[in-house]
Each structure stands twice: as C-alpha cells, then as structure tokens.
Design a protein. Sequence first.
Length: 347
Amino acid sequence: MSPAAQFLSGWGSNSQTAEPKPDDEGQSIGINNEYVVGRQIGSGGFSVVKEVIGMDNDGRRTKLAVKIVRKTVPNVSETENDKAQQAVDYEIGIWRYLNHPHILQLHTSFITDFATFCIMDLVESGSLYDLINELRNNGQMGLKPDLAKTYSHQLASALRYMHADVRLVHRDVKLENCLIQIRPEDDCGNLKLCDFGLASFVDGDASGMTDSIRSLDSEDNKEPAGTLEYLAPELLGGSTRKDYSADIWALGVCVYTMVTGKRPFQHTIQFKLVELIEAGDWNKDLVMSSPAGQVDGEDICDLLHGCLNTDPDLRWTIADVMDCKWFSGLVDVAADPEWEHVNNTQT
C-alpha cells in the first residue's frame, strides 16, 4: 500500500461516525418503534424534550413531544441518577391518571435500558411566563382583557379537576408550568397545566397509585414545595401541610401577574420577599389601571382577595373561584362530555 493510501485509510478509520444514541434525531422509539425522534425543543435538569412523529388512530402522521430522562447522565453520581429516575417514575404514576382539556396529556410512557420516555402533547407556543415576558419587553402592561380572563378560567378549571375529582394538590402552580397551545381555530389558545413532579394526594387518598409511587408520595413529599414567589404564607414557616389552599394562593399570584404583568410580591432580597408574602398586601391600584382591570377591575380584585387571603382557612376554595363574578358567562369545557373532540391533538 502506498504512503498516500495508508494515510487515507487511517484517516477514514479514525473519523467513523459514532453509533447514534437511541434518542438521537431520526431514531425510532416506542414499544413497536412507532415514533420517530425529531429536533430538541427543551431541556432541564436530567431531562430533554424533543419532537416526535407518530400516527393517530386514523393512521395520520401527528406531531407530539417526548420527555426523555436518561438512566445515566454523564458527570452525575449514581445516587443523583437514581433520584432522577425515582422522580420521573413518581410523576408518571400521577400524570398517567389525569385526563382534562387544560392538563398536558401524557399519551404513553415506556422504559428501556437507556432511558424513560414520556410521549405527550406538543405545545409549541411557549408558556404564560414567556408570553408575559414578551409583552413586558414590548412595554405592555399585562394580557388583554379577554386573554387574562380566559387563561385564568382555564387554569382554574384544571385545578377544579385536580382538587374536586382527583383529590390532588399540584404544589407547583406557576406561569412556567402553564403552556399555551395556539391553534388556527382558537381565538385565545388553550392553556395546558404541566409538571406533576411535586403533586400529592390530599388526606392520603392515593388509592389509584402503585405501592412504590404511594410510598414516594408519603415519604418524599413532606417538605414545603414550589417556587418562592408563588408560595403561600403558611408554607414559609416550614409548615408541611399539603392541602388545596396553597394551590389557590398560587392561582391568585398567576391571575395577578396575567392582569398586571408583574407579580404581586417581588423583591430582589429573599427575606424581604418573604415579608411581603406574609403581609399579603398587593397593589389594587395596579390591577384597576391594567387593561383587564379597566374592564372588570372590581370583579378581578374580588377574586384576588379570595385567593390571596393570608389565612388558609379563610382562603377561597376552587369552587368559590369557579363561581366568581369575573368568570360568569364562561363555559367550563371539561364539563362537556364531548370535550375530547375539542381537544384534538395537534397534527
């Protein structure tokens, strides 16, 4: 072999393409390899989210998303990898039983030696957090009146289902966990509540869960959970109570932020923020001067007073929220037995 041939032969062998990972773009996944992995659209912690192409019941191609939690993440300890798998197992154990038009749908999940895969709705329009940040950067003060009312009602509808039907407290309600699905036929879009990794059954009512998931619910979810800006005052003192009232407080924070474009309690110094939350004083004038407040200000403030009551025993229930004057005339789609037809998966 000539020196040139030897060089080219060696160069070729050293530059061989590495074998693709099971979750690489273009790979097939699923029990019957029924999904094809697409581009990555998000990541966080131990997981990544990618597009997938599958088939619906009529044999048509449909775009979904897959959350992938690898069994082994490089440069992470075995203990941390095990905890990540426990966390996704716990979330799936709850998520798989939820079925509501304003809750992100889990279509199926499966486990391989490589990772745990969760096939879910694809929501490409971002979150409420993204939307409000974009408006703020453009100098706008909160959502338009119809959007603020619609998204507030849709989030309340999701919580009504969780609290009243499933007896589940979410424990991490926030704008980042409210995805917005925009479709051509929608005037406003469709809110999808997601992330059930901190959710917990109230009064130990976990009858639908496996023993392992029920054990995680009782042992690992005893600490106060959530994001500080959305935490109810009673949780700031180390209370481990798990009831619906904390979700109602967080709902109030979300509503206020949708209406005004600002959180009701914010400070760059943490202990100052805690003091503001414990005092529970929010700016009514800011609500009244917002676009939504100029239309329904008193009704919005009535809802906020109910949700942001610092006494959890006097705070509104989700039934009170759904019956508030601001929501009068709105229809809870989940109450319609035909809601599945309204909530078709994106194609």
